[in-house]
Design a protein around this ligand. Structure first.
Ligand SMILES: O=P(O)(O)O[C@@H]1C[C@H](O)[C@@H](CO)O1
Ligand SMILES: Nc1nc2[nH]cnc2c(=O)[nH]1
Length: 293
């Protein structure tokens, strides 16, 4: 038997939450969006909103971090039916990794086919500037090296296979679409593509850790997204993810810079408009059901 703490988010629990939500509105979302720290403005773009506070949703965790409003917003974005998490859950809030990713399984049971995730991240790549938007092409699941994986524990085949592939986690066509849209919008100077590394947080990285992560191949470091991506891919949803580089990781022992959440939220405010424009223009061009963009 698997121990209780590692049995993951059970199918019945997710199904009852999905059914509770579906019973209260007409929207049948095909697209799921997760807003990163300070990036909740994306949810405000949805038309004909139906809003649920996390505290009112059965089985749903609560947001505890500033910059994460804790609202599930349904509506349409450029005519496409969407559900948007205005606030996500992090390991450092004290939730088991299975609980932080439970909304991905609820998305799946709501009928969502594609997930777009955003996050705030520290830039490790020396060429990156604060305010750059990084299309995530791959990830490093650092907690996974220590066995912290949302799929650890008993596997429920109704969600997906025991050993899911992750080499194709970040949809190639959606990444290309983002590049094309970014170029058209004139974002070339601040649009990047790179590798995101997740750590547990909540402490920011030491200088030695930043240097190590960069040498390992990470371009940006954060505290989220990867576990959601693993669960979304496990249950067959397509994934696209963006990091907003909100601060530069400190790599130099002579530097006076110090990572802090204020700067993260401030940079989010400054780049929110462009990030929202990029995502909404992409959404306008995405076709569903035929697996194309
Ligand atoms: O939810 P995200 O990954 O955008 O939040 C990042 C990581 C921490 O929660 C916070 C640090 O400022 O921002
Ligand atoms: N781990 C981590 N998460 C972040 N989120 C925003 N900036 C950072 C950062 O520098 N490090």
């Amino acid at each position: 038997m698997f121990p209780e703490s590692t049995t993951g988010s059970c199918y019945e629990e997710c199904k009852s939450t999905a059914e509770w939500l579906l019973a209260q509105m007409e929207v049948r979302p095909l697209l799921g969006i997760v807003c990163g720290s300070g990036l909740g403005g994306l949810a405000e773009m949805l038309k004909d909103q139906v809003v649920f506070r996390y505290e009112d949703i059965p089985n749903f965790p609560q947001s505890t971090v500033r910059g994460h409003a804790g609202r599930l917003v349904f509506g349409t974005l450029k005519g496409k039916p969407c559900v948007c998490m205005q606030g996500r859950f992090h390991l450092y809030e004290g939730y088991p990794v299975q609980k932080t990713t439970l909304p991905m399984r609820i998305f799946k049971l709501l009928g969502v086919e594609m997930v777009i995730l955003t996050n705030a991240a520290g830039g490790l790549n020396e060429d990156y500037k604060v305010g750059d938007i990084m299309i995530i092409k791959d990830h490093i699941n650092m907690p996974g090296f220590a066995g912290v994986n949302p799929l650890a524990g008993q596997n429920d085949e109704r969600f997906g296979v025991r050993f899911p592939c992750m080499s194709d986690a970040y949809d190639r066509d959606l990444r290309q679409l983002a590049q094309d849209v970014g170029e058209e919008l004139g974002y070339k100077d601040f649009l990047r593509e790179g590798v995101y590394c997740v750590l547990g947080g909540p402490s920011f990285e030491t200088i030695a850790e930043c240097r190590m992560l960069y040498r390992l191949g990470a371009d940006a470091v954060g505290m989220s997204t990867v576990h959601e991506v693993i669960v979304a891919r496990h249950c067959g949803m397509r994934v696209f993810a963006l990091s907003l580089i909100t601060n530069k990781a400190v790599m130099d022992y002579n530097s006076e810079e110090k990572a802090n959440h204020e700067e993260v939220l401030q940079t989010g405010k400054q780049r929110a408009e462009q990030l929202e424009e990029l995502v909404s223009t992409m959404v306008a061009r995405i076709e569903h059901n035929n697996n194309s963009v």
